[in-house]
Design a protein around this ligand. Structure first.
Ligand code: GRF
Length: 213
């Protein structure tokens, strides 16, 4: 039987869409958003995937919201909860409940540039290499065992929009790759590191330089 995941989104849902179209050996049991107008919800519903909204504004504390979210997720009994552009900080209780079952994609080469506006941070820091990271979630924001990373060059004349688009193309590749490894039982925890069977390291590649538009 295919392992089951629930995907959490807050908006556009392009990572979710990439996961849905990757023909993974996974059952996507539901897509849940904290924003009723998340465009990704329509896309999921159009593919016959159950969707739900748990609006964080309806709760007075983070803990109450997280409890409601947890309740909504657990109705689908997923083996993994996949954060795909889910823009809420999660409480330690929530993270502990899904220990080793909560995975995220972050648009930087962690541990560089945690938090928001990662592409702006990368441009301001003058780094030449930027990228994205799939990692398991711990209660330290944008930290946790790394599953796979991909790098992209920062090019002369880059803007936040150009860099973000270049990174996003790699996000769409490595998130599905990480989930395939997970579904195939190929991810192994060794202390706080993740090892992958049968792959040379967990490197999602350096994309070739592209012309600046
Ligand atoms: C992605 O860049 C993801 O890494 C970040 O938020 C963005 C979400 O984009 N956490 P999308 O909703 O998947 O299109």
């Amino acid at each position: 039987m295919k392992p089951t995941i629930v995907i959490l989104i807050s908006g556009r849902g392009s990572n979710m869409a990439a996961i849905l179209s990757a023909s993974l050996p996974i059952k996507v049991a539901a897509v849940i958003s904290n924003q009723a107008d998340a465009t990704g919800l329509e896309l999921a519903a159009a593919q016959g995937i159950p969707t739900a909204v748990v609006d964080h504004r309806a709760f007075s504390t983070r803990e109450d919201f997280d409890a409601a979210l947890q309740n909504a997720i657990d109705q689908f009994s997923p083996q993994l909860v996949v954060l795909a552009g889910f823009m809420r900080i999660l409480s330690p209780q929530f993270v502990a409940h899904y220990e080793k079952r909560l995975i995220n994609i972050h648009p930087s080469l962690l541990p560089a540039f945690p938090g928001l506006h990662t592409h702006r941070q990368a441009l301001a820091a003058g780094v030449r290499i930027h990228g994205c990271t799939v990692h398991f979630v711990t209660d330290r924001l944008d930290h946790g065992p790394i599953v796979v990373q991909a790098a992209v060059p920062v090019l002369q004349g880059d803007t936040e929009a150009l860099l973000s688009a270049r990174v996003l193309r790699r996000e769409h590749v490595i998130y599905s790759r990480a989930l395939r490894w997970w579904a195939e039982g190929r991810l192994h925890w060794q202390e706080d590191c993740i090892h992958v069977d049968g792959e040379f390291q967990n490197f999602g590649g350096l994309s070739a330089p592209e012309p600046v538009a």
